[in-house]
Design a protein around this ligand. Structure first.
Ligand code: HEM
Length: 443
């Protein structure tokens, strides 16, 4: 496969999840596999399950199409075990990926991610607390019953080569809404050459897929394994976080409040039905529900529409952070923000019903550098108490709670927020290209 940095992507070598979220499959079964004890059997199982797995170029997603609906990724620990090699034989992998999301030694990373907050500490995690997960396999299904069936059929097969497997069920919310009632998954980077036609504001593929130029014109390190120095080309890093949402506390924040819908929208930066406050400050507008065509500097510099600390403005400040850029221009700010983007592919989960139900998001995102993208967003924007011109506050939706400032021309308001989202599990993975996958699994 050639590394064409100026023209098209090798779409036939890229796992399809990078191009689309398998939206036609309402359900997905996530297998988190650890303690591999028979590598040959593991390889044979994954060869069979990924045979015919389709690539980013294929468009056979209509009902009944013959395709293998699977996504597969490996942790650093998983790669070492499958390849039976020491760490030092795996070259140029992202440092965060090598170190793993958790593990006793890594409190620095826990702090960056907010996993030192009381509800998020690793001892309460369902899996991933010791970097133990080796392989992530996602299989997609059209119905809940099909997805539970996958659990029944696949777990016994997996147990023939691994001692432990955890299963999570993910699904797509009605109208694309997450548990707090907001339409999610709207703003995605438009990646040059990846199914979406080239548009002037598209992002260079090297921000997400290894082997291509990124926004600064450079090509990120392509990781190598023994015998193949560019094994990682056409791959990407996958971040997986199980994020529990406290819906009762969220709803409690608005009891007795004047205009609760506006307050909710201010926290996120979009109305629950999706329109961005920057374009639709007065109320949701149907035609703007999927809109991603806006920046902040020109129309909303001071945060009078979308507050400066709102979730979407922290997670992607677009052209608004002029400080620290080359020439303090909105264009430079946008270009800077564009080098810290992620492709999101989250799904909801719910375990149990009624008051005791556990609800949340199986957050999955892709990037070419975990440190410069996902972790950067968490550290410099979401959990940064001095983000932009703010002091002593964090993301109101996914941070640790505290105050949240809503800017207004004469009378800015501050509201008290509680911790609404806690981490219950997580791991970092590498999503290989399809040729690399074949090579990894060959007998
Ligand atoms: C339970 C946890 C979370 C919930 C409920 C949530 C919810 C939302 C919602 C409702 C939106 C607006 C709709 C959209 O543009 O897709 C959004 C956007 C976004 N979120 Fe989250 N989110 C969560 C966690 C995270 C995390 C952990 C990150 C990354 C660190 C993140 C990054 C983003 C980004 C990058 C956007 C798009 C911003 C833009 O480009 O305008 N989210 N999220």
């Amino acid at each position: 496969m050639s590394l064409d940095t100026t023209h098209s992507l090798a779409l036939d070598d890229i796992q399809k999840i990078l191009a689309v979220g398998y939206g036609e499959f309402d359900h997905a079964c996530y297998f988190l596999i650890s303690e591999l004890y028979n590598v040959d059997r593991a390889r044979a199982y994954f060869r069979a399950i990924t045979e015919g797995m389709i690539d980013a170029a294929s468009n056979k997603t209509r009902a009944g199409a013959e395709e293998r609906k699977a996504t597969i990724a490996f942790s650093f620990n998983g790669l070492q075990t499958l390849l039976d090699c020491p760490e030092d034989d795996l070259h140029r992998f992202d440092t965060a990926f090598r170190e793993g999301m958790s593990g006793q030694h890594n409190l620095r990373r826990a702090r960056i991610l907010g996993d030192t907050n009381p509800g998020s500490t690793r001892k309460g995690w369902d899996w991933g607390r010791n970097n133990e997960i080796q392989i992530l396999l996602i299989l997609y299904a059209r119905t809940e019953a099909d997805s539970q069936n996958l659990d029944k059929t696949e777990v016994p097969k997996i147990e023939k080569f691994a001692k432990a497997v955890k299963v999570e069920y993910g699904y797509l919310g009605e109208d694309g809404k997450e548990h707090f009632g907001f339409r999610d998954g709207i703003a995605q980077p438009s990646v040059e050459g990846l199914r979406i036609p080239r548009v002037p504001e598209s992002i260079k593929p090297g921000e997400f897929i290894l082997g291509y130029a990124n926004e600064s014109g450079a090509i990120d390190d392509i990781p190598g394994i023994p015998g193949d120095d560019t094994w990682g080309k056409n791959g990407s890093y996958l971040v997986f976080r199980k994020l529990e949402q406290d819906v009762k506390t969220f709803e409690g924040l608005f009891k007795g409040k004047e205009n609760p819908e506006l307050l909710k929208a201010k926290m996120v930066g979009r109305w629950q039905d999706g329109s961005p406050l920057t374009l639709a400050p007065e109320g949701n507008e149907r035609r703007l529900e999927q809109s991603n065509d806006f920046n902040y500097h020109k129309f909303d510099q001071h945060g009078y529409r979308c507050p400066i600390g709102a979730h979407i403005r922290r997670a992607n400040p677009r052209d608004s952070l002029l400080k620290g850029t080359r020439d303090k221009s909105p264009a430079a700010a946008l270009s800077n923000a564009n080098s810290h983007r992620i492709i999101r592919r989250g799904r909801l989960y719910q375990k149990g019903t009624g008051e005791a139900a556990k609800k949340g998001l199986l957050f999955v995102c892709f990037n070419a550098s975990i440190e410069d993208q996902f972790e950067f967003i968490q550290r410099q924007w979401v959990n940064n108490k001095k983000f932009s011109k703010l002091t002593n506050e964090v993301d109101p939706l996914i941070g640790a709670g505290g105050k949240f400032t809503i800017q207004a021309p004469y009378a800015p308001k501050q509201v008290d927020i509680k911790e609404l989202v806690t981490t219950k599990a997580g791991a970092y993975f590498f999503l290989p290209g399809l040729c690399a996958l074949k090579q990894l699994l060959k007998p």
